[in-house]
Design a protein around this ligand. Structure first.
Ligand code: ADP
Ligand code: MG
Length: 267
């Protein structure tokens, strides 16, 4: 582990078949992918094409039917369940569409839970969590419960929770799916800032071409396979081979500007 030349994420001939008894669904049909450390990758494609399944298999939340997943060169299939859980707790962050915040906990408690579960001392965990909340622009909201926050603020708490353990990989499954344009932009700008300044690797599933346009590489999936994989510098990057062209507005950056250098240091 720790070799920068190795892809941080790699899968070979990945197949996932859901067998529900009467029907078998081939969600992934022999998929190959390499992601290098520090990349920011968007995954796009029609509903049901296997995006969530891919994320779940790559992050070790689910087991593929066949094929190999290597994280930092280590075969996930050779890791015991507790090793996978431990690796996830220490090195991965998750940002999903629905916030998955615990309603009875305050913002800072929701964030620090990850660290406490990983065995960090409470005082240190609180300090780090307050720093992470400041990084996402939520200084002063530490004691608010999810119900007292807007959708955008809740998703920023989720982002703070995802980054508080200083993860190597952050997985996003439609992280802005439930947000309006302005909040979606801010969350994406934050992710971009974390990607650029801290070299965190991001894999972000999205339907939104504006969200994808903030990434550096776009993978288009269809029917359990990758049908196109292009760097964002390519003018055709946002065009899906069969779905066609998406509109892509050139919106002004917003979120990152609100983060002071001091807040960034607090991470
Ligand atoms: P996406 O995220 O691109 O919308 P998914 O990965 O969720 O697609 O699903 C891919 C295919 O696998 C779909 O046909 C879906 O119905 C099926 N599927 C997903 N999860 C399950 C499951 N737990 N059991 C059975 N079929 C599933
Ligand atoms: Mg999905």
């Amino acid at each position: 582990m720790g070799n920068d030349e190795l892809p941080i994420i790699e899968c070979k001939d990945l197949v996932k078949i859901y067998d529900t008894g009467s029907v078998k669904v081939e969600a992934l049909r022999g998929l190959d992918l390499k992601v290098m450390k520090g990349e920011m990758v968007a995954i796009m494609g029609p509903s049901g094409c296997g995006k969530t399944t891919l994320l779940n298999c790559l992050s070790g939340l689910d087991d593929p039917t066949s094929g190999t997943v290597l994280i930092e060169g280590t075969d996930l299939a050779k890791m015991k369940d507790n090793q996978k859980t431990d690796y996830r707790a220490k090195h991965m962050g998750f940002v999903f569409q629905f916030y998955n915040l615990l309603p009875v906990l305050t913002a800072v408690e929701n964030v620090e839970m990850v660290l406490l579960l990983a065995g960090m001392r409470p005082k240190e965990a609180r300090k780090r969590s307050e720093g992470a909340l400041a990084t996402v622009g939520l200084k002063g909201y530490e004691k608010h419960r999810p119900a007292q926050l807007s959708g955008g603020q809740r998703q920023r708490v989720t982002l703070a929770r995802a980054l508080v353990n200083d993860p190597k990989i952050v997985w996003g499954d439609e992280p802005t799916g439930d947000l309006d344009k302005r909040n979606s932009n801010e969350v994406m700008e934050l992710m971009k800032m974390l990607n650029r300044t801290l070299q965190m690797t991001f894999l972000v599933v999205t339907h939104d071409p504006d969200v994808a346009a903030k990434c550096r590489r776009i993978i288009h999936m269809e029917d359990g396979k990758i049908v196109k994989d292009v760097p964002i510098t390519d003018p055709d990057a946002l065009k899906h081979p069969t779905v066609g062209s998406y509109s892509c507005r050139d919106e002004k950056d917003t979120g990152a500007a609100r983060i002071s250098a001091e807040q960034q240091k607090a991470l």
